[in-house]
Design a protein. Structure first.
Lengths: 184, 425
């Protein structure tokens, strides 16, 4: 389903989502062409569309594969090496496929003070995974996150494009259940 | 006002008046609240006039450095020989800070209006709002508001029939603290790694796309519309001569009522912690507070009677920073808390400067060793030495940022370090 996206916000689309729409060739269908064209139109230099296009690759496929990086490089007339150097600089571009629900538990200083580490452990236990590993059913991947910018609502947890606040080890089960209810 | 709690010191509510009110996100409601009136006034003024009002108001940058906003704008070339750009820094990622997200989430149109007025003041033809990648839910809200504002003719060609054109684009990052540093943000926006660069050239000479650029924080820009409509003197009724106005305080850690509060600058830090935030749960005592976000020197329970102004916090030996106190109660393991803070900087170092790339990781490693019982007394000297090596020797201040909490913790809580070390030489 292609949504009509205003050019002003095409470079700001959430790119960590549960509902993937995998595609091999990023810029050959109508949506890909539209995204590329609109993003490029917002900057005096094509290169500035690099982050938005890496984001688009992840929005569709759930990660940014070496092949996606090459396609982005070609589309923006950049070298694959440069694109790779940029893609690997930023932590939010997944360099490997992840679980459908990417669970990032903030354990930075404010959440850490308020029990973030325990929440992190509770998520690992509830999902039966180890940090950074995808669960056998492909559903979950749990990671520690640096400050999520919700320090007054410790512990903050980001799951894909959603924020969960004031999470405690006791409410971890509810959080996971709410993901399933959404039927994702 | 504040979010999610209110407080009784409701004297200054410029930014937070509509926090918690979801309807304020919609343009229709926002206009009923008087939204975009300031823009209407601004399109009838010239750049010098707008800059003059903001200069007179004394508004200072809310991103941490506190540079006077009007002065910053006046550095932009007065007679453009090509495009100028405004970057709104919404890459909020200082541990402890979560004020900009409340602006994005509750009053996106206030930010958009502030961006447009600032753009007019610096003669910018395009505004880029660089939002941190993780803020997906708030970016969605901002995106909706931007589209509404475009459709209503507040952004784009011939704004409000004035003949003035200005575009605005929302651009999201992808998880890099250093993209919040002004030159790092510019490197990132143009499609590179978010590596800071040496200044000069300053952004006003050569910024994004090699053109004159101003980078302003979200909270700074959101304060602009009301300064324009109500005037500089009105804004100066709050705060002090050198720190006028109101400020969003984001309070976290061991507090009864953590959250964001808008307060006039100058309220004693003690009152913010005990009156506004209700003190520490269970009546426990305060051990330390990092007052301005994780890159500021920590203060002890005896040092809270300082005014919450740029100058007041400096006199107290710390810094206002992003006004994000992280409170630690008496049971806090300081070494552990500083270790966790140091790990953040080690993780976020961009790696260009050796002192920072290696030094921040060494600090984290040594602190971890001390915390887990493998430390030696000599480690304390090594940490002090690292503080020297990490200060003032790098392109940006990320390395300096780890020194402030580290050195102050060594100075003020040496006994805590020594207790964990247990006398091993």
């Amino acid at each position: 389903m292609t949504k009509k996206i205003h050019p002003a916000v095409v470079s700001a689309q959430p790119f960590q989502v549960a509902n993937l729409r995998p595609i091999d060739r990023l810029f050959e269908d109508e949506e890909g062409k539209d995204r590329l064209e609109k993003a490029v139109s917002r900057y005096p230099d094509k290169r500035a569309a690099l982050l938005p296009m890496l984001a688009y690759a992840q929005e569709r496929n759930g990660w940014v594969s070496p092949d996606s990086m090459e396609q982005v490089a070609e589309a923006l007339e950049l070298t694959p090496a440069f694109v790779r150097s940029v893609a690997t600089f930023y932590t939010m571009y997944n360099k490997h496929p992840t679980g459908r629900h990417m669970i990032q538990v903030c354990t930075c200083v404010a959440c850490h003070l308020c029990g973030g580490d325990d929440v992190f452990q509770a998520f690992l236990q509830a999902t039966g995974t180890r940090a950074g590993e995808t669960s056998d059913d492909g559903r979950y991947m749990v990671m520690e996150a640096e400050c999520l910018g919700a320090c007054g609502f410790a512990t903050a947890v980001q799951i894909n494009d959603q924020y969960f606040e004031n999470v405690t080890p006791e409410t971890v089960g509810d959080v996971l259940a709410s993901l399933e209810e959404e039927g994702e | 006002m504040g979010y999610p709690h209110s407080h009784e010191l409701e004297v200054g509510t410029i930014l937070s008046r509509h926090f918690g009110d979801e309807s304020a996100r919609r343009l229709e409601t926002w206009q009923e609240y008087g939204g975009y009136e300031a823009l209407r006034a601004a399109v009838k003024m010239d750049a010098t006039e707008i800059t003059g009002i903001v200069k007179d108001s004394g508004l200072r940058g809310r991103g941490g450095a506190g540079f006077p906003t009007g002065l910053k704008w006046s550095f932009m070339p007065q007679e453009p020989n090509g495009p100028h750009y405004l970057c709104c820094n919404a890459d909020e990622s200082e541990p402890g800070a979560f004020k900009d997200r409340e602006i994005l989430r509750w009053v996106p149109h206030l930010l958009i209006e502030g961006c447009l007025i600032a753009a007019r003041a610096i003669r910018a033809e395009h505004v880029y709002i660089y939002v941190r990648g993780e803020y997906f839910p708030y970016t969605r809200i901002l995106n909706d508001a931007v589209v509404e504002a475009y459709e209503a003719g507040y952004i784009g060609a011939d704004i409000l029939g004035s003949g003035w054109d200005c575009e605005l684009t929302v651009h999201i990052g992808a998880g890099a603290y250093i993209a919040g540093e002004e030159t790092g943000l510019m490197s990132s926006l143009v499609g590179g790694r978010a590596e800071p660069r040496v200044k000069p050239p300053f952004p006003a000479q050569s910024g994004v796309f090699g053109r004159p650029t101003t980078v302003n924080n979200v909270e700074t820009l959101a304060a602009v519309p009301m300064i324009l409509t109500e005037g500089a003197e009105w804004y100066r009724q709050w705060g002090t001569e050198r720190s006028p106005g109101t400020k969003l305080w984001c309070c976290s850690g061991h507090l009864e009522r953590p959250g964001t509060y808008e307060l006039p600058l100058g309220v004693p830090l003690r009152d913010i912690i005990y009156d506004v935030c209700g003190g520490i749960p269970g009546g426990r005592k305060l051990k330390a507070v990092i007052p301005g976000g994780s890159s500021t020197a920590l203060l002890t329970a005896d040092e809270l009677d300082c005014a919450s102004t740029y100058e007041g916090m400096q006199e107290a030996g710390s810094s206002l920073g992003t006004a994000s106190p992280i409170v630690m109660d008496e049971d806090t393991n300081i070494v552990r808390a500083i270790r966790r803070t140091a790990e953040f900087y080690a993780h976020e170092s961009c790696g260009q400067c050796i002192q920072c790339r290696e030094g921040t990781a060494w600090v984290a490693k040594i602190l971890h060793r001390i915390e887990t019982g493998g430390g030696r007394l000599a480690d304390i000297d090594t940490l002090y030495d690292l503080c020297e090596q990490l200060t003032g020797r790098t392109i940006c201040v990320l390395a300096d940022s780890v020194v402030f909490p580290l050195r102050s913790s060594l100075d003020k809580f040496r006994a805590d370090y020594e207790a964990l070390i247990g006398g091993r030489p």
